[in-house]
Design a protein around this ligand. Structure first.
Ligand code: C2E
Ligand code: CA
Ligand code: CA
Ligand code: CA
Length: 271
């Protein structure tokens, strides 16, 4: 803050001011990019640990293909899109794009059973029209909802739990499955298991990263796997980069994994 004579500091903070302006610019830029379709979905394969590295599905990961800056990663625009509410529009586009992709794989023998996991921001999930919008998209493309899995995160239970529960039941009735992303990092992770009819736990990459050398990470991962097994859930590890991690996870009873070890997120055409 700026020194302001004997009063100490003024309310005018040029650095903060600059940040606000930057964020407003970025928000405008994102809005423009949604309209001009500058976003693209990449896909990362998910493999079975039980059936010799067979692809069982994919996760859709959004990228911003900026005309001058090139490929921009979601961590630099998703939070701003969430804060501004633009995530709802962007999220709808992501859902439709993902379902379109499922449609195009429908006629390929090797791909037609691939399940597609799509990240959904809580902000989008919470809107009243979420289910309706999703239904409309599935109807338009006439896609088997069993092929769609939604990845939701920790904040899900912070708001109105009854509403969240009701929506999850509706999704389940439609045949859509639910994965809890970054499991173990948020608060009330265990509360999900108690409250929600979920299908999959996704072990956060922060636990997987050092799983071979760090005893604590190993204990946490083993605990998540054991809990998941008792609840009859699928368990997927993310951020797997080495054969040692794969071997370890296999011994621990994990079902699936995804990570740079076998596959980096790529455009659909590359599959
Ligand atoms: P996430 O859902 O936890 O996704 C996992 C992130 O780990 C992805 O980063 C992925 O590219 C990266 N990753 C995959 N394998 C490895 C690995 O072996 N090592 C390492 N170090 N990283 C790996 P990405 O694509 O940059 O996405 C970052 C986050 O942005 C995602 O975290 C998710 O929270 C959000 N995001 C991405 N796509 C979407 C989307 O379509 N909608 C929404 N709402 N959020 C998205
Ligand atoms: Ca995810
Ligand atoms: Ca994650
Ligand atoms: Ca995450």
């Amino acid at each position: 803050a700026k020194k302001n004579g004997k009063n100490g500091f003024s309310f005018f903070d040029p650095k903060l001011q600059e940040e606000i302006i930057e964020k407003a610019k970025l928000t405008d830029r994102i809005r423009h990019s949604i309209e001009h379709k500058e976003f693209s979905l990449y896909y990362q394969a998910q493999y079975s640990l039980e059936e010799e590295k067979k692809i069982i599905g994919l996760e859709a990961l959004v990228r911003w293909i900026h005309p001058t800056k090139g490929v921009i990663s979601p961590s630099s625009f998703i939070p701003v899109a969430e804060e501004s509410g633009l995530i709802i529009k962007l999220g709808n586009w992501i859902l439709e794009e993902a379902v379109k992709q499922l449609k195009s794989w429908e006629n390929e023998q090797s791909k037609k059973n691939w399940r597609l996991s799509v990240n959904v921001s809580i902000r989008q999930f919470e809107t009243d029209v979420f289910i309706q919008t999703l239904k409309a998209i599935l109807d338009t493309y006439n896609i088997n909802p069993k092929l769609l899995r939604l990845e939701l995160t920790e904040n899900l239970l912070i708001g109105n739990i009854d509403r969240a529960l009701e929506k999850i039941f509706q999704l389940k009735n439609m045949g859509i499955s639910i994965s809890i992303d970054d499991f173990g990092t948020g608060y009330s992770s265990l509360a999900y298991l108690k409250a929600l009819p979920i299908d999959e736990l996704k072990i956060d990459q922060s636990f997987i990263c050092d799983i071979v050398n760090n005893k604590n990470d190993e204990i946490i991962t083993q605990t998540i796997i054991s809990i998941g097994q008792k609840f009859g859930l699928d368990i997927i590890a993310e951020g797997v980069e080495t054969q040692e991690q794969v071997t370890k996870l296999m011994m621990m009873g994990c079902n699936y994994f995804q990570g740079y070890f076998l596959h980096k997120p790529a455009k659909a055409e590359l599959f």
